[in-house]
Ligand binder design. Sequence first.
Ligand code: ZN
Length: 234
Amino acid sequence: MKLYCFHVGSIDEPMSGMVIPIYAYLIEHPKGLVLVDTGESYELRDENAVMEEKDTILYKLQELGYTPEDIGYVVISHLHMDHSGYLSSFPNATFIVRRAELMYAWWPEPCKLGYDFRTYEKTHDFRYIQLDDDEEYDIFMDGTVVLIDTRGHSRGHQSVIVDLPKTGRTVLAMDAVPTREIMERGFSGRPSADGWAETRSIRKVRDLAAAGCKVLFAHDPDNTPDKEYPRYYE
Ligand SMILES: [Zn+2]
């Protein structure tokens, strides 16, 4: 098994005044390829995006020698636009998402921030595995790629635990825990769909770190993965 970490552009964040990286991941498993999020769309990017066309997940996959048809599963951590930019490019994949996130993203809530309907409007009839709140999902039924509920940042956010032969258990926290500082503090202090749930999720990941898991953060400019593409974890 291999885990690739792709830096797929950055965001010039007006709130913090920082330029924060965006990541998407690819897991090569003997039974298939699992893409975790698709990064920001170059074509639909907003004024805060800092990226070139060669930063996109489609470009990185092509560099690795893969076409979108090679991807068996697309795990959607949540549907914010810096994670869902290229979902519609994988019509043959099986998508795994929290049912609550799908419903939240598709319904026009007045307070909904961070979503761009255009990034997923063409995916309505794709093949979905829809997970319930609190459900754990073991994609290959061998404990190597397990999805856990980390809702709060968004209504149906999920994170991924990858059990790698050499690196050991690695948590792709995604936006549940954007930075190491937030994990150590135990709460985000940022806008979220559900602040209490978000705090529980941050502490869930912190407990996993305390139990020996490696944690990869979604948007931490000071704690980027030590093995970024073209290097990989195994
Ligand atoms: Zn987000």
